[in-house]
Design a protein around this ligand. Sequence first.
Ligand SMILES: NC(=O)c1ccc[n+]([C@@H]2O[C@H](COP(=O)([O-])OP(=O)(O)OC[C@H]3O[C@@H](n4cnc5c(N)ncnc54)[C@H](OP(=O)(O)O)[C@@H]3O)[C@@H](O)[C@H]2O)c1
Length: 246
Amino acid sequence: MSNIQDKVVMITGASSGIGEATAKELSSKSAKLVLAARREDRLKKLQEEIQNNGGQAIYKVTDVTSHEQMEELAEYALKEFGKIDVLINNAGVMPHSFLYKKKIDDWNKMIDVNIKGVLYGIAAVLPSMRERKEGHIINVSSVAGHVVGAGSTVYAGTKFAVRAISEGLRKEEYGNDIRTTIISPGAVHTELTNSITDMDLKPGIDEIYKGAIEADSIARAIAFAIEQPSDVAVNEMIIRPTQQER
Ligand SMILES: NC(=O)c1ccc[n+]([C@@H]2O[C@H](COP(=O)([O-])OP(=O)(O)OC[C@H]3O[C@@H](n4cnc5c(N)ncnc54)[C@H](OP(=O)(O)O)[C@@H]3O)[C@@H](O)[C@H]2O)c1
């Protein structure tokens, strides 16, 4: 029996890209999925696809920037499935821009979704995981959580923060048998670059994304971390396209 079978996995940002691909990958290994994002039509379509393929999935429209909504999501998962084995804090936004352009709304959005969303996710699942002395929290950072580029300053700041939060969480909770994993993808074909409005940056980004890999590559890495025996914690993985230099 796979170590993924029957695990209850809650995924934020499940309506597209890496979250959606991960839901499909884990469903193929018989996980029970709790899908969250803001776009209900996408969540419903994914749930139907999973169910039509014999899998189990529920969804709840959730904005990760709302602490209350994240708590309600966890409560819904516990009510429907009785436990949460894995949280994948995947929701994220990347409206890159140069600092001098003062796109303050975009900075706030990145801080709210990429940092606070991750913290609210952790807050929502930690009590029940601590009670069971079992659990796994997977936080999606980025190569930008390791390397800062001009124009990616605020995004990189949020992704460095995700790694810092994950390492602090690991140190606080290893004694409770709660595993932590940081996933740092390089360029992946998803909808992530759609939010970039700084046209001075677009050509450079398009160049980097020419060699981008598909989201299922990241989904397989996440599945690998989950399927290890419970005494093995895969704490960190960087998955770049072979063609990516930085
Ligand atoms: N693609 C890459 O090259 C790459 C590289 C490194 C790291 N990453 C990271 O991978 C993660 C997934 O991104 P992706 O590439 O799959 O991009 P994506 O296709 O744009 O997916 C982002 C997901 O986040 C969700 N989301 C955004 N704001 C949200 C909010 N306030 N509340 C709830 N959900 C929200 C979106 O759903 P709704 O709009 O429906 O809410 C969507 O499902 C992100 O953390 C990103 O930073 C991606």
